[in-house]
Structure formats: C-alpha cells, structure tokens
Design a protein around this ligand. Structure first.
Ligand code: FEO
Length: 390
C-alpha cells in the first residue's frame, strides 16, 4: 500500500506478525495491522497510535514522517490498547502535544495511560478542529466498538477516519483468496457483532458525508467501490443474512454425529441447496463458524448429548451466538445420544432467549448411529430446511 493516502495524509501504521491471538482470543493467521495516520498541515495531527508491542517501530515511522517537525494534536478515536498502546511513548517524545478526545475518552484513557500532565481537548458531536487547510469534524460512534469511540471526517480530502469500523484481521497487505470481506466479516461479527444498532446509527450519520476514502484502524485503506463495503456493513449490522445457504455446526464425540451431518449435507445438495457449509465445532476456528452463522439464512445444530446436557463445544457455540445477538434466522436441530439423549432439550432451552429465531419443529434424534428411522427423520428435516429457504 502507498504510504501517502492523499498529498497530505500519510499512513504510519504497523503490521504485527508476532501476535498469537488478537484481543486474547481470535486467531490471526495473517497477523494484524494497527493503523495510524499523520495529517501534514499547519497543525500536524496524528490519528491514533498503535499497540504497545509495536511502539518503537511506530515512533520511528512517526519521526521519519514528521521530518523533524513537531505534532500539534493526537486524535484518540478509540481508547482500546491496540490503538492507545503507544500514547505513553508519544507523550514522552512530544510532551506538548494536545490529545483530542470526547467526554468519555479521557476518564477511560487515564485507566490505561498516565495523562495527568498531558494537554487535552474535549470535542463533542459535530465540532470542528481547524488544522490550517484540513478541517476535522468529529462524529460520535458510541459502541462501535467501545462507548468512547468517535470517527473523524476530513472535509478537505473527503476522508473518514472510521475507527474499528471497516477494519479486518490480517496485516495491511495480507492477501486472502476471498478478498476483503472474508476477514472483515469474521472481524465484524466477532468483535462488533453485538452492536448492530450503534453501527446502523453511524452508517446513517456517514450518509450525510461525502466520503472518498475510508481510513480504518485495522486493514487496508478503502478508496474505491465504497458502496460495496458500506452495503455489507449495512447488511451485517441489520442482522440480515448475506447469502442464502445453510451452516451445519456439528459437535461430535466419536464421529457418528459428523457422519450423519455429512449425509445431511449431501441430502441438502441433492435437494438443490447451493451453499452448505459444515463446521466441526471442536476443531474449526469458532470465530469462523460464528461468521458463517451470521452469513447464512439457515443453521442446523447437530450435537451429541453429554452429562445430561449437550456436548460442551456446542454449548460454547450457542453462548457465543447469544453474546453476539444472533437473530432473524431459521434453526434446525439434531441430537445424538446412546441411552438418554439430552442435547435437543438443552439446545432448545438455550435458543429460547434469542430474538426472532424460528426453530423447525421436526428435529432428529439419532441413537448412536443413523438407522432407517433417523435417516428418514433427517430427510424430513432436510425438506423443512429447504422449504424455509424459499
Ligand atoms: Fe481495534 Fe476495539 O479495538
């Protein structure tokens, strides 16, 4: 990626390929980018810092971009440590810099960084900061992804500094075969997914702005085909399925439930279902399965019974779906049990608290392995799932 986003806005973010888990839980096989930008104007302004693990590299980049000049402002879009982690080093190098945030920014920031002696400027919704040629307008975006988040619009270059919104997993130039949306979707649903309504509010505010470039805090700068990215964010944040298709999430102890799931997958395909995704909850990246649950309009949960309940990975999966406000979908259920099947009852109970979920009444009980009776029940369930997709 070209470091110069416009004539006067430079990318000074860093890639992290040493990271094992992002936010302590998400696999990032392609690493992670912590984005930061420098606006070169009469009043030089830094848009966010980076994770503390990359502080030295970032300070070097910043100094090189400054070419001996001194920055006036550092805008804090988001306090989370992957973005505020280098503020202490910034203040050590430039103690006279003014930190720009909103009323919620500084009390929270003070919990992470010693800002007792720092100069601060509190801005509110719609307020502008004149840098000389650039005029920054601040737009509050609470809960996208923390309460203090704000985005910033630069009317000179029509750039939206969008904080976590429009971010993705992976380093800045990471090439994934499916393009931007694959890792952006996994990032969105796992990190911001619960906050669909606040994202909708932000999208409405963004509509009023003439945006040519989106500069997020993770992933590539977006400067073409912005309707595509904004359209996907609209779909995702309104909890609408992106694709017609079926996710089968399977929790199998000895492989017999998975064997049944493979048969069901074939049944669905034979019945004309074009997209069927099978996930092994014990082995696949669960963040990816969460993404697939939101992506499709229907989901089948197939699980072994365990300790009078359901096999633990399925319990974890349903809990995660609940935490991310999974809704507006049709769900079908399959249980397996050798003496007293209990998975169905448990899964049904867990789904009761979900908003606008239709559970298909014809569920399937497998006694250890598929037999004629359970196979015919599974065919019936397959037909119902196909019907629900029409
Ligand atoms: Fe990239 Fe919510 O931090």
């Amino acid at each position: 990626m070209n470091a110069m986003i416009t004539d006067t806005i430079e990318y000074i973010g860093v890639d992290d390929t040493d990271i094992d888990l992002f936010e302590g839980q998400y696999e990032v096989p392609d690493g992670m980018a912590y984005n930061s930008y420098l606006i070169k104007d009469e009043k030089i302004t830094i848009m966010d810092t980076v994770d503390s693990s990359k502080s030295d590299e970032w300070i070097d980049k910043l100094k090189k971009a400054l070419g001996g000049k001194t920055p006036e402002y550092a805008v804090i879009s988001h306090v989370e440590p992957d973005h505020s982690g280098s503020l202490a080093d910034l203040l050590a190098n430039y103690p006279d810099i003014t930190l720009v945030g909103n009323a919620k920014t500084f009390p929270m920031l003070a919990q992470f960084v010693d800002i007792k002696d720092a100069k601060t400027m509190v801005v509110a919704e719609g307020e502008e900061l004149d840098l000389g040629n650039h005029k920054l307008k601040f737009v509050m975006a609470p809960m996208v992804h923390w309460p203090e988040v704000m985005v910033t619009y630069d009317s000179l270059d029509k750039v939206l500094f969008s904080a976590d919104a429009f971010g993705k997993f992976g380093t800045i130039d990471a090439k994934d075969d499916e393009g931007w949306s694959c890792e952006a979707r996994r990032y969105y649903f796992n990190i911001v997914g619960k906050y669909g309504a606040p994202v909708q509010t932000l999208l409405k505010k963004a509509k009023a702005l003439d945006i040519a470039v989106i500069c997020p805090l993770h992933g590539p700068v977006l400067s073409e085909n912005l309707e595509y990215y904004i359209g996907l964010y609209d779909t995702w944040s309104s909890y609408k399925p992106e694709n017609k298709g079926v996710l089968i999430a399977c929790a199998s102890i000895h492989g017999n439930t998975m064997k049944a799931v493979k048969e069901l997958e074939q049944m669905l395909k034979d019945a004309g279902e074009e997209r069927v995704v099978v996930s092994d909850l014990a082995r696949d990246d669960m963040a990816e399965v969460i993404e697939d649950a939101f992506r499709h309009d229907r989901m089948i949960l197939a699980a072994s019974s365990y300790d009078g309940g359901v096999f633990p990975v399925m319990q974890t999966f349903i809990n995660k779906l609940a935490a991310k406000a999974y809704q507006n979908r049709t769900v079908a259920l399959i249980e397996n049990g050798s003496w007293a099947p209990s998975a169905l009852r448990t899964m049904k109970g867990m789904l009761e608290g979900f908003k606008n979920i239709t559970v298909i009444e014809d569920s399937v009980t497998i006694k250890s392995t598929l037999n004629d009776e359970s196979k015919s029940a599974m065919k019936k369930l397959c037909d119902k799932v196909i019907e629900a997709g029409k």
